[in-house]
Design a protein around this ligand. Structure first.
Ligand code: NPW
Ligand code: ADP
Ligand code: K
Length: 519
């Protein structure tokens, strides 16, 4: 799995390599500039075929330093380059200053009128390079209206390339830094963002993917995985998982029996969706468990999924005396009974997924939940449910990000997992999954894995079922959550437009087949 870095971790990797003598800061900056140029020429062959015009915007730090390198390299290829500096040349850090001094063109202080004048004639084969702020962003970015206007112009507008990160976006959180009360004006959206060594967390979170446009990561001569001390294990990008298979000849009971609890009559659809998901992902047996009154409704709709009866908390406790029932899912369509049923389920010590109503039931009294949770539990909230169970953490995530690095969804979910003592999967296009031991991964449905069709009713219920089905097969909680999340997006992408939640379990077999076939 590829790591997603924070600015601090990136700096530590860079410092460790420089200290070890394997590379100098100047070499890193030169490589960074070369990589940006190579990415541009590879993406737009017209720009490689002939020189065009570029406006290069350099900021006051090393991101600006990278800009000076690209400006020099473009000019060396015959491009007409106008360079604008936002900041004081005398205060540039040493490597940036050295590249400023190697630039033999004019350095124009950034100012809207001058920039607008240069930007006016730019066409679609021309370029604006955003090298204003990168991983060192500490506060909101103001101004640059002419840059914004040039990038937003209609049809024939020039291409915008961001160095490392679009300026104004916090590279740890993917959030736009802005002042309290002021609107969060998104950074100028890039057509391409070229980053170095490894993706940063912000490329995958919140507003990051939209602002980056497309992301390309270039190696710049740093060792692949630096041996640096860090408090937390690295965050990874949740990539194609290893194949898991049912094993030839094993009996259905070897793959577990998952139970999905359902609520009163008329609300059983969500539980049936979860159950279907659990069955398709490979649980040996799956039963929907409901009160007597809901049996006819389920019986009319279920075949491979079985039905078990349990009335209220006592009924559930009796049912769970059967030790073969090894994974539970509570929440989808569970209704008001959730508050009494969840404690019974958690006390039974089975692998348990809590979603939807099973989380909402503890709004106002989340402390009552924390004493019951165990490491074989997985909570799968969306943002609203997360706020009900972890109001303090959600409040910090909702606070205005007025300085960098800002509190991120990764910080929030990691804290929540530590506090709850179980795996937490916080949903969204940027789903973050964390375990109490510090493992954390981002299941990103962005760029070449965008799956906007998942934004439809009931897909979260299916996800809860996927996790439950993997738990039933004996998978550990964090692994079950990350593999389920990956397959969820994969199934949606495979089905594509027109997807409804019922389609997800049916799209799964092809995904599992591919997984098994992959080397
Ligand atoms: N690490 C590596 O291995 C490599 C890193 N490389 C490159 O270095 C970049 C990181 O460089 P960096 O640390 O110098 O930070 P950078 O983003 O240029 O900004 C810092 C400056 O901006 C200022 N400032 C901040 N916010 C502001 C605001 N809103 N408005 C105005 N000013 C603001 C801030 O001021 P301060 O907060 O200190 O007062 C400081 O002066 C990284 O993204 C990559 O491109 C590559 O060369 C390859 C190797
Ligand atoms: N734009 C999107 N791109 C990718 N995934 C999305 C998007 N919007 C929602 N999802 C995913 O769809 C699911 C929705 O779940 P949830 O909010 O619980 O809805 P429901 O309760 O209707 O099932 C989550 O897995 C979420 O990550
Ligand atoms: K930038």
């Amino acid at each position: 799995m590829a790591d997603l870095l924070t600015a601090a971790r990136m700096r530590a990797i860079e410092n460790a390599a420089i200290k070890a003598g394997s590379v100098t800061g100047a070499q890193l900056m030169e490589s960074a500039g070369e990589c940006v140029l190579a990415a541009i020429l590879a993406r737009w062959p017209g720009m490689a075929a002939a020189p065009h015009r570029a406006l290069v915007l350099c900021g006051p730090g090393n991101n600006g330093g990278d800009g000076f390198v690209v400006a020099r390299l473009l000019r060396g290829r015959g491009w007409t380059v106008a360079l604008f500096l936002a900041g004081d040349a005398d205060r540039l850090p040493p490597d940036a200053r050295a590249n400023h001094d190697r630039w033999d063109g004019a350095v124009t202080p950034y100012e809207d009128t001058a920039f607008a004048r240069e930007a006016g004639p730019l066409g679609p084969q021309d370029l604006i390079l955003d090298a204003l702020f990168g991983t060192g962003l500490t506060r909101p970015v103001d101004g640059f209206e002419a840059f914004r206007a040039a990038a937003q112009r209609g049809g024939g507008r020039p291409k915008v390339v961001a160095v490392d990160v679009p300026s104004g976006l916090c590279s740890d959180s993917g959030r736009v830094l802005h002042r309290e009360g002021a609107p969060a004006e998104p950074p100028v959206r890039a057509d391409l963002t070229v980053s170095f060594h490894a993706e940063k967390q912000g490329h995958r979170l919140a507003d990051g993917p939209d602002a980056c446009g497309a992301i390309q990561v270039a190696p710049i001569g740093l060792p692949p995985r630096a041996d640096i001390a860090a408090e937390d294990s690295p965050v990874t990008l949740n990539e194609r998982p290893e194949a898991f298979d049912k094993g030839e000849g094993a009996h259905k009971y070897a793959h577990g029996h998952a139970i999905v609890l359902s609520g009163p009559p008329g609300t059983g659809g969500a539980a049936r969706l979860a159950a279907r998901g659990a069955l398709r992902i490979g649980a040996g047996l799956v039963s929907v468990c409901c009160e007597d009154a809901a049996v006819p409704e389920h019986a009319a709709r279920l075949d491979a999924v079985m039905i078990k009866r349990a009335n209220g908390a006592d009924g559930l406790a009796r049912l769970l005396e059967d030790s073969r029932l090894n994974a539970l899912c509570l929440g989808p369509g569970l209704g008001q009974g959730a508050r009494d049923l969840v404690p019974v389920a958690l006390k039974a010590g089975r692998a348990t997924v809590l979603d939807a109503d099973a989380l909402t039931a503890f709004a106002g009294d989340p402390g009552a939940l924390f004493g019951l949770l165990h490491e074989n539990a997985v909570l799968t909230p969306h943002a609203g449910e997360f706020g009900r169970v972890f109001p303090d953490i959600a409040e910090r995530l909702a606070a205005t990000p007025d300085h960098g690095p800002a509190f991120s969804k990764i910080d929030a979910v990691r804290e929540a997992a530590k506090h709850a003592g179980c795996t937490i999967l916080l949903k969204g296009p940027d789903t973050v999954i964390a375990a109490p031991d510090g493992r954390c991964t981002v299941n990103s449905a962005h760029y070449d894995r965008a799956a906007p069709w998942l934004a439809t009713a009931g897909t979260g219920d299916v996800l809860a079922g996927f996790v439950t089905g993997l738990l039933a097969q004996g998978m550990e909680a964090f692994d079950a959550a990350r593999i389920a999340a990956w397959l969820h997006v994969e199934a949606a992408r495979r089905f594509g437009p027109g997807l409804i939640s019922e389609d997800l379990p049916e799209a799964l077999p092809a995904c599992l087949r591919d997984l098994a076939a992959a080397p």
